[in-house]
Design a protein. Structure first.
Length: 231
């Protein structure tokens, strides 16, 4: 999935591109076998942050975010790798998507990591049964969630989820939302075996780097090619 748009960075609006790829890798975290998602964030055409994110679904249907390993770059040089992994250093998994999201549902933690990472993001259902159009398609029955950080009141990120697709649009609201990020889905592809193998290799390379750059990441088993993806 490729989303494109813009955001404000240091007072200047710049282009932003987010490429999200579902890999055929899994990784055991906190006793749970998770699916490995490889994401890449580009600001003004430059790669600013590749990330491995780890998701799992419980028996009730809730989707959980179980940890993240990002690499943050400044002017092409690695700045830091603030990983958080559930079960390590006080970090806990959180909910990425409710099984049955409804208006009025209680807000939920998307994960938690204490300092120095300080991941405290939360979310709630903002709207349901919405419609939205992107360059890829028009969607109905769209769920809109509102993500926020309790330490930054007045700033909210909106995410638009289309059935059987996922996040197709990102918006914002609130007087203190500094980035004012707007993104929309511009491309959606199911990867063939050769391209998927290339993705797998790059994700495994990043997984290996994590053992060098993050203390908490070293406590996890290595990612494995355990999944078979139907075409």
């Amino acid at each position: 999935m490729i989303l494109e748009g813009s955001a404000i960075d240091d007072g200047e609006r710049i282009s932003r591109r987010v490429v999200t790829t579902v890999t055929d890798l899994s990784k055991v975290i906190d006793g749970v076998r998770t699916l490995v998602i490889w994401e890449r964030y580009f600001n003004a055409g430059e790669l600013s942050e590749p990330e491995l994110a780890f998701f799992a679904q419980d028996n009730a249907g809730n989707v959980w975010l179980v940890g993240e390993y990002p690499e943050e770059y400044e002017e092409g040089e690695l700045d830091k790798a603030p990983a958080w992994i559930s079960g390590q250093k006080g970090a806990r998994a959180g909910i990425a998507m409710l099984a049955n999201p409804r208006l009025g549902s209680p807000e939920y933690a998307q994960g938690f990591a204490p300092p120095p990472v300080e991941f405290t993001d939360r979310a709630r259902v903002y709207k349901t049964d919405q419609q939205t159009s992107t360059r890829v398609d028009s969607y109905e029955n769209v769920l809109v969630t509102e993500e926020f950080n309790p330490d930054e009141p007045g700033a909210f990120q909106l995410k638009y989820y289309a059935p059987d697709v996922g996040n197709v649009r990102v918006g914002w609201r609130g007087p203190k939302e500094e980035e004012k990020e707007t993104l929309e889905l511009v491309d959606l592809n199911h990867l063939g075996p050769e391209t998927l193998a290339q993705v797998r290799r790059k994700a495994l390379e990043m997984d290996r780097r994590g053992y060098e750059r993050s203390e908490v990441y070293r406590e996890t088993p290595k990612a494995e090619h355990t999944l078979r993806v139907s075409q």
